[in-house]
Ligand binder design. Structure first.
Ligand code: ZN
Length: 107
């Protein structure tokens, strides 16, 4: 029996078992986003968002990409997207918090 496989899946669900991380990943499946956008969407401080993003990145769920001054995060794979689809249903349109200063919301 491949117990490693079950451990890996259990780790994944533990990772997902977190309301704010799910909210962040839900936003990321709509469109790539920077820390400030996820801050505006969740209403959490930057340090908190950065910490959660680091955890998600270490778990291979999201990837960061530098674009000029900004770092944008997106889902790592189609498999992650499909898992979220299964768990959360269809993705909504990207959020537009009115106090967000990210390139997408302010343009
Ligand atoms: Zn924004």
């Amino acid at each position: 029996m491949n117990t490693k496989k079950f451990q890996k899946t259990a780790d994944l669900f533990q990772m997902l078992s977190h309301p704010v991380r799910l909210q962040m990943m839900d936003e990321l499946r709509k469109r790539e986003a920077c820390v400030c956008h996820l801050q505006a969407v969740t209403g959490r401080p930057q340090a908190y968002i950065s910490q959660q993003l680091r955890i998600l990145r270490d778990a291979d769920l999201v990837v960061d990409e530098k674009d000029g001054q900004n770092v944008f995060y997106h889902l790592r794979s189609e498999a992650v997207r499909m898992l979220l689809q299964e768990l959360l249903g269809d993705a909504d349109v990207p959020s537009h918090p009115k106090d967000c200063t990210c390139p997408f919301c302010s343009s």
